[in-house]
Design a protein around this ligand. Structure first.
Ligand SMILES: [Zn+2]
Length: 390
């Protein structure tokens, strides 16, 4: 029997608006709080939670950046000769993604998404390491570095396994009493929400399943730890996408060309630009000014949200869509999806959630990077009490 188990469970996309009217966790984590997320996708929200730092510090922001000199994808360029009917097929992309990930020894999440092979040699991919492992951040330390440094044995999700397998692995870790800290990452709700939207009855049904799993984990913990410090949280929310904008068609019609005059990554809710001459900058800014469904993020605002990078690694101009508007086609997908995240952090559906069995959540915990402080505090307490109990 051990004294304390810090149990941190991240449920991807379990946003505040999704949870607000739902009784989720009332039996085991009744204390809940709305948290502001970080501007960007899971590619930045998750590293921010794991490191307690902001994108301009850890530099895990958006996946693809313009960097032809360092592009690892040059060898894929010949694929541009294959018909689009083949290369834009999701199944083809999925197969190739797996192959490329192994070839390039990428350790994090990797997806080729819908980047055209014609331009793929222009881009680098910024998550070559896994933020779920020690030394996994682009810059600085994360919670796993902290745990290693403090010699605290931990369990972390294996993202190559299913949600159920990870649940069973947690239970086994608890029963062996070999860990003093658990970080679990369940991604299934995010995938479901992208497909069915935030109003589908499948969403509360999925939350009921997570409740059962958490109850099972807690039942196991009861026999091996006197106390569980339980925190369940999300990285962001999810907005339904009811409007589509073909931003690419508008910009392709201009007399400036991709690769020659500028480069762009069309993420699903924002477009990021690099300019090679003033004319391209001017014409594209003018064209973007006419797109009423979005706006250029000013430097002051990017700085405020900690996503202004001195070297403009992630783009010189960031054009963000209004909540609910999806860029289609984009470099993330050829076809529309029902719901998306990655809108402005203060748009209603962007907010994240923190639920706990602890009596209070410190006032200064207001944004998702602050979850890292709770993790560190809990881990140190477990280390002290669990070793004293031996
Ligand atoms: Zn997602």
């Amino acid at each position: 029997m051990k004294a304390i188990l810090p149990l941190f469970i991240m449920i991807d996309a379990m946003g505040w608006e999704i949870l607000r009217a739902d009784p989720f966790g009332k039996n085991f984590a009744p204390n809940r709080k709305r948290l502001e997320s970080v501007f960007g996708y899971s590619s930045t929200c998750v590293p921010s939670i794991l490191s307690g730092r902001w994108p301009d510090e850890h530099r895990n922001w958006c996946y693809f950046v313009y960097d032809p000199e360092n592009s690892p994808f040059r060898s894929l360029r010949w694929l541009r000769w294959l018909p689009t009917a083949v290369t834009s097929r999701r199944i083809f992309r999925r197969y190739l993604t797996k192959f490329v990930k192994v070839q390039l020894k990428f350790r994090g999440y990797f997806d080729l998404y819908n980047i055209p092979f014609k331009f793929i040699h222009l881009f680098d991919f910024t998550e070559k390491k896994s933020p779920l492992q020690p030394k996994g951040m682009n810059r600085g330390a994360n919670i796993f570095d902290f745990l290693v440094e403090n010699k605290i044995p931990y369990f972390v999700t294996d993202t190559t396994k299913s949600e159920e397998q990870n649940r069973d692995d947690i239970i086994a870790a608890i029963e062996s009493e070999r860990v003093d800290f658990i970080f679990q990452y369940w991604a299934g709700l995010d995938g479901l929400l992208h497909m069915v939207g935030n109003q589908s009855p499948e969403v509360p049904a999925k939350l009921r399943v997570y409740e059962q799993w958490i109850e099972q984990v807690l039942a196991a913990a009861k026999n091996h730890y006197d106390e569980v410090q339980l925190y369940i949280f999300s990285d962001h929310g999810m907005a339904n996408c009811d409007e589509l904008v073909d931003l690419k068609a508008k910009l392709d019609a201009l007399p400036v060309k991709m690769e020659k005059d500028y480069a762009v990554v069309y993420d699903s809710t924002m477009a990021r630009f690099w300019f090679f001459n003033d004319r391209a900058r001017q014409l594209i800014h003018e064209a973007l000014g006419k797109v009423s469904e979005g706006r250029i993020m000013l430097d002051d605002e990017l700085r405020h949200y900690r996503t202004l990078f001195d070297d403009r690694q992630f783009g010189e101009t960031i054009f963000l869509m209004r909540e609910g508007v999806l860029i289609v086609p984009s470099h993330m997908g050829e076809r529309p999806i029902r719901a998306m995240h990655g809108y402005h952090p203060t748009d209603p559906q962007s907010y994240a959630t923190l639920c706990t069995n602890q009596a209070s959540i410190p006032d200064e915990v207001t944004h998702i990077p602050h979850i890292c402080r709770l993790m560190e505090k809990s881990a140190l307490l477990a280390k002290a009490k669990n070793s004293a109990a031996k």
